[in-house]
Ligand binder design. Structure first.
Ligand SMILES: NC(=O)c1ccc[n+]([C@@H]2O[C@H](COP(=O)([O-])OP(=O)(O)OC[C@H]3O[C@@H](n4cnc5c(N)ncnc54)[C@H](O)[C@@H]3O)[C@@H](O)[C@H]2O)c1
Length: 533
């Protein structure tokens, strides 16, 4: 978070990107004035460092040399508050792009090609344009850079009056979203009070919106979203599912498909999930499969869904053999975590969500765990500022992991399964009576004790994790939950590969790793974890 929200003061840099002619320098200088921070033009920095003009660098040393200088200049920018106008191609370099997204707020400015061409007509010093048709060059540059330009905190149309663009940029800077950077499928997670009121805007111009919700949230939280969509001109149909994990089935998915098809859905139809993780997983899967894929927007209403389930694009449903055994990856178009929704949530459900917050902190490292230890009492009491900050931190970690390993291929995303191998077994064994977060908390305790038994973690790590879970009001008793029947579910875990389970093994904060453990060995270790000491 690069902002101190209580004061609205910028605490880090804002980077303006976009094609030539979009107005990076003009908007940048005006935005810097509005925010009361310095303005930096990256091209000018490069020219100063090279003691030459960019045109001359291109001519004498070639584009590759210029790009290397540009990369160095971008990465060398200090983290103080400022507005930086980047070059049009600066963010094409993936390392630079991800670094800037991480260090500050990236805003992409755009305008129709005809407007861009008009604005740059007559300017010299544009080496990429040298003696070619500007509209043609711009069109192909923008197409080639589309995925890079899409990875930003906000994409703003800058073809209107300067003050309008500056005001829009200021609004983004004062309330920045968290970016899940996935090229042209990039989306943003907005966290705060009242953000659900942006659902219609974030749903795009869909003519038909299918709301998916459950009996506990339909009236209080889904109805206002439906009213918004209708006020924006969309037709709507609503699916109200019975609440609860036991309905996370193919039958519920069929209901969503059928309501959408009967309402005349086409590829432009948007599904809007308003509810907890169950609603989100089902609506996301229905969106992934309906007409081979339609967009969806998540409005999570439980803490668990805000910090975890609604981000990352894993969708699906349960089978009698185990949890989440059928599903698809399908990223939402936007995620709106409206903390106001938590007001009606049962305190036990809120506490359940804190399990995923604890998990994220343990994966992130010492700083996150220490912050959580300090804030545990406020969080356990549902204090809104602490809750908002905890959601942002957990989502930011998940966003970073998902952007780097969307489909759990390199292994890093698999770390997010910490506590879930035993957690899923506990949930399935209980016939979905144990809440997901409560099962995950017990699963983390179990995983840590396995890790101690294998010599990876130390007793002190186990004690610290259990104390943290206790401070958050979460359960730690694994004994009664991991009987032989629960262990039988381990064999149906998705993280199994042949006879091995890809087990997430925690140790000190930030030192979690994945290890292949034979299923038999895991089951044999169970007595050691159910009766510790
Ligand atoms: N896709 C993912 O990456 C991912 C990650 C974590 C968990 N999950 C899934 O999420 C599910 C758990 O999510 P959950 O804990 O949100 O469960 P849930 O959707 O069952 O919600 C819990 C309960 O709270 C009620 N509720 C929801 N919002 C409310 C509100 N604002 N006020 C009052 N009541 C409200 C629901 O009706 C339900 O009874 C599990 O199925 C789990 O597998 C998915």
């Amino acid at each position: 978070v690069t902002l101190a929200p209580e004061r609205g003061v910028l605490a880090g840099p804002v980077f303006l990107s976009g094609p030539m002619g979009a107005g990076k320098s003009t908007v940048g200088a005006a935005l810097a004035r509005a925010l009361g921070v310095p303005f930096v033009d990256l091209d000018a920095e490069i020219e100063r460092a090279a003691a030459s003009t960019i045109a001359r660098v291109f001519e004498e040393r070639g584009e590759a040399a210029f790009r290397a200088m540009e990369r160095q200049a971008a990465l060398a920018l200090d983290p103080s508050p400022k507005v930086v106008a980047l070059g049009g191609g600066t963010i094409v370099d993936a390392v630079v792009r991800r670094a800037l997204l991480d260090r500050g707020i990236v805003i992409t400015l755009s305008a129709p090609v005809s407007v861009l061409a008009r604005r740059i007509a007559g300017t010299r010093d544009r080496p990429l344009l040298a003696s070619r048709d500007p509209e043609e060059v711009l069109t192909s540059l923008i197409a080639a850079r589309a995925a890079a330009y899409a990875e930003c905190h906000a994409a703003l149309d800058a073809s209107g009056p300067l003050e309008v663009t500056v005001a829009r940029a200021e609004a983004v800077v004062r309330d920045p979203p968290i970016v899940v950077a996935l090229g042209e499928r990039t989306y943003r997670v907005e966290v705060g009070a009242g953000v659900a009121s942006r659902a219609a805007e974030r749903s795009g111009a869909s003519r038909l919106a299918i709301l998916v919700t459950d009996t506990n949230v339909a009236e209080r939280w889904a109805a206002p979203v439906r009213a918004q969509l209708e006020a924006a001109g969309a037709r709507t149909a609503t699916v109200v599912l019975p609440a609860g994990e036991s309905r996370k089935t193919i039958g519920s998915v069929e209901e969503i498909w059928d309501v959408a098809i009967d309402a005349g859905a086409d590829r432009g139809t948007v599904l809007v999930a308003v509810g907890g993780g169950v609603v989100g997983d089902l609506a996301g899967f229905a969106a992934a499969t309906l007409l081979r894929g339609v967009p969806w927007v998540a409005v999570p209403t439980t803490l668990l869904a805000m910090v975890d389930a609604s981000v990352g694009g894993k969708t699906g449903f349960d089978r009698p053999q185990g949890k989440n055994l059928v599903g698809a990856f399908h990223q939402p178009r936007a995620v709106l975590c409206d903390v106001d929704c938590l007001a009606t949530l049962d305190p036990a459900e809120r506490t359940s969500g804190l399990a995923e917050v604890a998990k994220a902190a343990w994966l992130e490292g010492e700083g996150a765990v220490a912050a959580l230890e300090r804030g545990a009492a406020a969080l356990a009491g549902g204090e809104p500022i602490a809750t908002t900050a905890a959601i942002r931190r957990a989502v930011a970690l998940k966003a970073e992991i998902v952007a780097g390993d969307e489909r759990e291929e390199s292994g890093r995303r698999a770390l997010l399964n910490l506590g879930h191998t035993f957690g899923h077994a506990i949930e399935a064994r209980s016939g979905w009576q144990v809440r997901h977060g409560e099962a995950v908390a017990r699963g983390m305790v179990a995983a840590m004790r396995i890790s101690v038994a294998l010599g990876h973690a130390k007793e002190e790590h186990a004690a610290r994790l259990e104390a943290l879970l206790a401070a958050l009001g979460l359960p730690r008793d694994v004994g009664p939950y991991l009987d032989g029947d629960a262990l039988a579910y381990l064999g149906a875990d998705k993280k199994r590969s042949g006879a091995d389970v890809r087990f997430v093994l925690p140790a000190a904060p930030g030192a979690t790793e994945i290890r292949a453990i034979p299923l038999g060995e895991l089951r044999a270790l169970a007595p050691r974890i159910t009766s510790p000491g």
